[in-house]
Every structure is written in C-alpha cells, then in structure tokens.
Design a protein around this ligand. Structure first.
Ligand code: GLN
Ligand code: ZN
Length: 760
C-alpha cells in the first residue's frame, strides 16, 4: 500500500517567535555581524526543515526560505539589480540585496506590491534592459544544505519563469517573447544542475495560471515548459498553481511536466469540476491542495477524505500527493502558545505546523485505513462542531439581520445634491475646506502610555487622562493652524482594526498569530470567529471630548466593514459577504451613536477595499457590489445634514471609480502621492460628482512640502474637478510622522489653500 504521499509547498519564514524578523532587524541595525546573521538564518532554516521532516512530510520544500522576499531572491539570482544600486556583477552582496528592498541614502527602494490576492507583498523586479545572468544556483544550494545537514531529499522551489516575468516591470510587454528567450537559458541551467545533482522533484510555482491569460500566453507557457523538459528530462517538475482555479485547464494539464499542483480550497469547486469533466492525464501526478494554506482553521478531515475519494475516481491514489492549497507562508507558525484563548476557539485552530499534521493524518487515513486514525479524525471533527455550535456562533438575531441585510436601509434619504445643499447650510464651510485623515503622530510617549495601561501600571483613568491631554494639545494645534474640519487624532488606537475588534463581540486576538506582510514586517490579524455584534459605543467619548473644545466641526473616525474584514482572519462557516454585513450592522450602531452625541461628520475608512478583490474577472464586480452595500448599510441611516466621509489609500483606484461613487459618501479623501495627475484624470473622466479630497502631499516621507507644490497640485485638480466639491487634505493619516514636521506641513497646507482661495 502506502500509495498516497504528502508534500508541503512552503513554510513560514518568520519563526515561531519571530526570530527571523528579529535577526533581520538586528542585522540592519548593525547589531549582528554578517557572519552571525548568516549563521542565525541557517539555524532557523534548518529548524524549519527538521520540523517538517519530523512530521513525516514526504516532499519537503527547499529554497522557499528567503532573506526578505522570494521574488527579490529570484531577481538577484538573475543579477537583476537596478543601476542605481551600483552593482558590479557576481553574487549580489547582502548589502545590495537589502538596499533594493529598503532603499539607501543614494537610491530609492524597488517598488513593492501585493502577491496576488494575499496580504503578502513582494518586491517588483526591474528588468530595464539588464541582461540576466545566473549569479548563483540558489535552489541547488538549498537542496545540498538540506541533504548534507539533515539527510533530507528536498524539493527545490522556484518562481516559474512566466509568473516571474508577468510580475516584473521595466520591459515592453510587446517584447515578452524576446524577454523569455533571455531567461530561458538560465532556468534551463538551474534545472540541468539540479538534475545532475540527482534532484527528483522540483516545484515550479506558476500562480499566474489562475488569472486570465490569452491564448498567446498559454502558447508561451507551453513553449517554456517544452524547452525545460527537453533540457532536463530526468527531473520531475511539479508545476504548481494556487489561489484559484486553473484557467485553460485542458491545456495546462497537458503541459510536458510530471505533475500539476492544483488548489482544491480556493476555486476548489471549479477545479474539481474540471478534473471530473475533462479528466487528468494518465502520465501525471496530481498535487492536491486540500488543506487551506490561507486560513487558520482546522481542516474538516472527513470532508477532505471525501474530496480525495472523488479525485481518486479520476487519478489513482499512487499518483496523488496531498499538500496545502498554497505555501504556508500566509499562516502563522503554531497554535501551541495560544493558551490564553477560549479553548473552544483554540481547539479549532490550525496554523502551519498543525496543518502539516493534518496532511500527515489525511495520508495515513488513506494509506492505513480510516480506522487506524479514527480517534484523531473524531477529535478534529468534534473541535469544529463544538465551535460551530458555540454560543459565539449562535447569535440568531445577528445572523438573521445579516441574512436579511438587503431589507435594511442602505440608501440615504435624499440624493447627494439635496444633501449637499443641506450640509452647506448646516456647516457653512469655506471654499476648499481643509481637513486631515484622522491620526496624528503616535509618539513614543503615546505608545508608552498604552503599554503602561495594558500592563496595569496605569489604571483606565490615568490612561484616559493622558489621551485627553493629547487630544487637547492637537485640538489647540489644529485651531492654531487654521484647519476647518478637525479630528481628535486617534491616540487611543494602536491599529485601526484591532481597536474596533477589541470592542465588538465576535473577535479574538491571538498571542502568536503573526504572518509576514512584507520583509521583516509582520501583522497579527484579529480572528473573527463568532457573530459580530455591537456592545457599546466605541469612539463617542473621545470625539465628544474633542468637539467640546472647539466650535469647528469635529469629524468622527471609524474603520469600515470591508477593511475590518480584509485585515482579519475570517471564520469559514459563513460567507465573507455575510460576515461583512454583520460588521456593517454593528458599525451602523456606532455611526448612529456618534450622530446622537452631536458628531455629525463621520469618516468611515475603507483603505483595504481593493485588497479583497478576487483574482477572477467575473468575481470582481459581485465582490465590489456587496462591499459597497456593506459600507452603505453602515452609513445610510443618518440625517441629510450629517456628512459621511470615507478615505482610501494603498491602491489603484482608476478601475473602481464607479464603485467608489456608489459608496455615496458625501466626501472621499484619497491617497494620491504616487500618481496625482492620472488620478485626477480618471475622476474627471468618470464625472465623479461628490466631495473629493485628493491628497495634496505625501505623508510617507518626513519631508515638509513647499507651499507652491501644493498650490500647483490644487490648481491642477481644480482645472478638471468641480471646485465646489474639492477638499484639501494630506494623503493619509499622520500617525507615523513626527510632531514638528506634521505641524509644519499642515501650516503650509492651510497656507496653500488660502492662496488658492484668494486667487479664485
Ligand atoms: N483614519 C486613519 C488614520 O488616519 C486612516 C488610516 C489609513 O488610511 N490607513 O490613521
Ligand atoms: Zn490612508
């Protein structure tokens, strides 16, 4: 027997205690020599391999480890270092590598962007005419290390050529065929060397194959893999896809490779359907991604076994490898330290290590028979059942309200034009009103105060008093600067999602649920595990206090439902849409509480709306539609005179302006530092007809902008946008900036507004 095999596609780099992150940062800070750093990373890497070995995983990935990011690793392996970093050939030194990632005195960092629909960000390779060379065979080095040090027959992982090029910039896409020809020999060489070394399996990641590709693209992929097969016929390529269903299924599974890895969790239904209706080649191995690599929940083992049975009707077990749906990079390391969590929740969690155990369990259940592992299967099933029937997931009032969301009010009483008049009369704001996005500098003192309070060194009264002092200071400053619409400054918030999650029902906060976001930066998303419900007012106290200090309007400040959803780990027993509606309805209560307390300008931030955008074209609009609907659920029950603001950043907007308009916010502020001109143009084209503030200065740098720059930005915007609807504000929140530079920048911003007002 022993037919079915197990595999992993990638292991988290950060370490159970974020040792990897700490090592990187210590090295950057000069606290760790290059030698000590290299040694430390080796220790971490080997520990991770050993763990997978101990868990009995048959195919253990190597070269999935990184010094920062796997796309950057691939770029430097090919010597793709932009000129500004002064690289002179050969193996790229660590110093240069990190300069590309983080920038240095003389050169700005390479661009960073989201890896498909995840919250992981990769460094975008810049080709710019450089002739790629193979500076080192990293997969080979990794393979040798695992073999020599641990006796592991590793499976080297490589970013596939087509995905690599599609995600790179700095070349004419019309010349793609030529570019492929430059890189093909390098991939060939890597594979030949691996073949010579006796490597059995290599995993080549081509997640781009789940996005829409033209027939020409498919032909390119065919040409690439034919060439690779011919060059290294002795090596078995597992062509790995993930995050969605495979496009052009019939052609992709026919590629000249030994195995095809398919995600049966995300896009699983379509993938299963494709296999069942179109079959699977008799000569290939199926990498069956059946344990979710993107979420933190335990796997329903019975359901996985059922799925496997279906797959086995098409592909016999001896040609199936059980694996996670994607690399485990996107989940935390181990649930072991989560002892403080509600045991019902903890029991239902599976991070990377537990997911590998699940894979091993599934394999045993097939190879040894279900009876051999009956107890383990039972405990997995019951953990999920216990959570599902817990009181936290049984709030029928909440569930029903969300299920009937479409019967709830989701439109303002009056049209924007009517509201505009009413609001103008109510607020009497000057032409080109000035405001900010919400947060003011979170200084060391602010963070220390919160620490003291969390540790119990300060009681709530002391902490509240501190926050009030900060609010007072900044209210006075805003008055003095002459800003028109004031904010309280968000000093009481660490993070725009956590703050609300801690106050709403249905959320949990883990101790160790860290995942890599970019480079050494990790995030610990809240866990939405129960029905989400409003408990008591969350922001009213601070806003009302701020309003008591001024006769100018104070804007209340909330995080929107979709941003809360997209920055959390979300329960998987309900659709994301339903969870979004639950959050939206809870936030509606906060909006109403603010209005009742006299806060009649309310900003509901949605910076992360785009992050949830599905990869598949036909799923994008439905997602945007229910996201917009959720926002409207939160914001539609207020009076005409109450002004709803929203804010967006970190993304491209030009292709979603219709959805932005549908939010029906009275005012939107948008980050524009990257492409002010283009953005204005897209808003003009769409004849956007509601209040809009396109950030007039970039808050990502400590630089204090010149008045003239901002004046010309404003003038440019006013040439195309309705001046009556234009607002003046920075790009984004100011929490990462210093106090002095912030005050100086805002003074100049107000001055710029005044100059333009005078001139018109
Ligand atoms: N109101 C938030 C702030 O100013 C918005 C943050 C964001 O857009 N990411 O910090
Ligand atoms: Zn922002």
């Amino acid at each position: 027997m022993s037919a079915l095999k197990s595999s992993n596609l990638g292991y988290p780099r950060i370490g159970a205690n974020r040792e990897w992150k700490k090592a990187l940062e210590a090295f950057w800070a000069g606290k760790l020599s290059e030698e000590a750093f290299t040694k430390e990373l080796e220790t971490i890497r080997l520990q991770h391999l050993k763990k997978q070995q101990d868990k009995g995983i048959d195919l253990i990935p190597v070269n999935d480890f990184s010094w920062y990011d796997h796309m950057l690793d691939t770029a430097v392996m090919f010597g793709l270092v932009p000129e500004r970093f002064g690289y002179e050939g050969g193996v790229v030194p660590l110093k240069t590598y990190y300069a590309m990632a983080r920038g240095n005195q003389g050169a700005t960092a390479c661009e960073m962007t989201k890896w498909f629909n995840t919250n992981y960000h990769y460094i975008v390779p810049e080709l710019d005419g450089a002739e790629p060379v193979l500076t080192e065979n990293r997969p080979l080095t990794a393979y040798r290390e695992a073999k020599e040090k641990l006796g592991i027959e590793g499976k080297p992982v490589l970013v596939g050529l087509f995905t690599f090029l599609k995600l790179s910039k700095g070349y004419d896409t019309d010349a793609l065929d030529e570019v492929i020809q430059y890189f093909l020999p390098l991939y060939t060489q890597i594979l030949k060397e691996l073949e010579q070394e006796g490597v059995k399996w290599v995993q080549i990641d081509e997640p781009i194959l789940v996005t829409s590709l033209t027939q020409e693209d498919v032909a390119r992929v065919e040409a690439i893999y034919s060439a690779l097969r011919e060059a290294a016929p002795g090596i078995q390529i597992m062509l790995q896809t993930y995050f969605e269903s495979v496009e052009h299924y019939a052609q992709i599974v026919a590629l000249p490779v030994h195995g095809i890895g398919i995600d049966f969790v995300h896009g699983g239904e379509q993938n299963l359907n494709a296999i069942q209706t179109l079959g699977f080649p008799k000569d290939k191995v199926l990498g069956a991604g059946i344990v979710d690599g993107r979420n933190i929940w335990r796997t329903d083992i019975e359901a996985s076994l059922e799925l496997l049975t279906k797959l086995a009707e098409v592909v016999p077990y001896e040609r199936i490898i059980v694996q996670p749906s994607s690399s485990l990079l996107h989940v935390p390391v181990t649930t072991e330290p989560e002892v403080a969590l509600n045991p019902v929740l903890k029991n239902a969690l599976a991070y990377a290590d537990e997911k590998l155990d699940e894979i091993a369990l599934i394999v045993r259940a097939v190879n040894e028979g279900k009876e051999a592992v009956a107890a383990e299967i039972k405990s997995a099933t019951s953990a999920i059942e216990v959570l599902n029937s817990s009181k936290e997931r049984s709030r029928t009032d909440v569930q029903q309200a969300a299920a009937q969301a479409h019967e709830q009010p989701a439109s303002r009483t009056s049209s924007f034009d009517v509201r505009k008049g009413a609001q103008q009369a109510r607020w009497n704001l000057p032409f080109l009103p000035t405001t900010t996005i919400g947060s003011f500098p979170q200084t060391v003192e602010v963070r220390q105060a919160r620490q003291k309070w969390r540790k119990g060194e300060w009681d709530s009264e002391q902490y509240d008093a501190f926050v009030r002092d900060e609010i007072k200071t900044w209210m006075d400053l805003q008055e003095d600067i002459g800003i028109d619409v004031l904010v309280h400054g968000e000093f009481e918030r660490t993070d725009m999602v956590e703050f609300f999650g801690e106050k709403l029902d249905g959320f949990a906060f883990t101790k160790n649920g860290w995942v890599q976001s970019y480079g050494s930066r990790c995030v610990k998303p809240p866990v939405i595990y129960g029905d989400v419900a409003f408990v008591e007012a969350m922001t009213v106290k601070e806003s009302v206090y701020a309003q008591s200090l001024t006769s100018k309007p104070v804007k209340g400040m909330l995080t929107g439902p979709i941003t809360i959803l997209n920055w959390s780990f979300v329960r998987n027993d309900l659709s994301r849409e339903q969870v979004a509606y639950q959050i939206a309805l809870a936030l509606r209560e906060e909006v109403e509480a603010l209005e009742q307390a006299g806060i009649e300008m309310i900003q509901v931030d949605e910076p992360a709306i785009r992050e949830g955008l599905p990869l598949k074209e036909d799923q994008k609009q439905p997602y945007l539609d229910w996201s917009v609907f959720a926002f409207r659920l939160s914001t539609s029950t207020v009076k005409d005179t109450t002004q709803i603001h929203t804010h967006m950043c970190y993304c491209e907007f030009h292709d979603m302006i219709d959805s932005i308009r549908d939010l029906d916010a009275d005012v939107i502020s948008i980050e524009t530092s990257r492409s002010h001109g283009e953005l204005i143009f897209s808003f003009e084209e769409s004849t956007y007809n509601k209040g809009i503030g396109l950030g007039v200065y970039d808050i990502h740098s400590p630089r204090v902008p010149e008045v003239e720059e901002m004046v010309s930005m404003i003038e440019r915007a006013l040439r195309v946008l309705d001046p009556e609807l234009f607002w003046i504000n920075p790009d984004c929140g100011l929490k990462t900036r210093g106090k002095e530079e912030t005050v100086a920048s805002l003074r100049r911003m107000v001055e710029a507004a005044q100059q333009v007002r005078k001139a018109s």
